[in-house]
Design a binder for this molecule. Structure first.
Ligand code: BEZ
Length: 211
């Protein structure tokens, strides 16, 4: 089954480095970032997990819980975390799922057999508090993901959810946003008291509402 945007992120129970979890219970009312690693004790993954741990305050600020998965066993994860903490100068502070049967990796379509039939690709799922999938990313094993980009997308998703704005090309925190087309133009002044600019009837900007 291919998971698509808007689908409910399938629930599962798993063994993790922080104990047994029920995925949906773990997420609770938070946003979630669920992402896969091809294998333990691999260099690119080591740097990615380190960066995620270093960004804990940024994820917390956005009410995001992070959880990683690798298809190696739990004992291997525990040993690898020591290396990550040592080499990346951090402390891994979120759970890593052990999935040696690949049941969860298969549930989320993280194994792409024509890339590798044993390792997962680098998948990312951003999940909203209603458990709907809001973003999927698939990177090859050899390319480390950009976790600042993942934070940027979460900022954009939260702006849309809370303030009815979208974000334009190359948007950065603090830039003007786009008023979503479902807001009638007559409602714009009241809904966007910081001001607005109409370039075309379908292209309307407003200063970032939460700044
Ligand atoms: C890595 O994390 O470094 C890696 C993992 C699998 C294949 C290639 C690179």
């Amino acid at each position: 089954m291919e998971l698509k945007l808007g689908d409910i992120a399938p629930n599962f129970k798993a063994q993790t480095t922080l104990g047994e979890i029920d995925f949906h219970e773990y997420l609770g009312n938070s946003w979630g970032v669920f992402y896969s690693h091809p294998a333990d004790y691999t260099p690119v993954c080591t740097t990615e997990l380190g960066r995620t741990a270093q960004l804990k305050a940024e994820f917390d600020k956005r009410n995001v819980k992070v959880i990683a998965i690798s298809v190696d066993p739990i004992e291997s994860h525990h040993g690898w975390i020591k290396d990550i903490n040592e080499t990346q100068n951090t402390e891994v502070n979120f759970p890593i799922i052990a999935d040696p049967s690949k049941e969860i990796a298969n549930l989320y379509g993280m194994i792409h057999p024509n890339a590798s039939d044993t390792l997962t690709v680098r998948s990312v799922f951003v999940i909203a508090p209603d458990k709907k999938i809001k973003l999927t990313l698939t990177y090859p094993a050899s390319t480390g993901r950009n976790f600042y980009e993942i934070l940027r997308v979460i900022d954009s998703l939260q702006l849309t959810a809370n303030h009815s704005v979208a974000t334009p090309v190359d948007w950065k925190d603090g830039d003007d946003c786009i008023i979503v087309n479902s807001i009638p133009t007559e409602d714009v002044p009241a809904r966007f008291p910081k001001g607005h600019r109409i370039v075309k009837p379908y292209l309307r900007y407003t200063p970032q509402p939460n700044k």
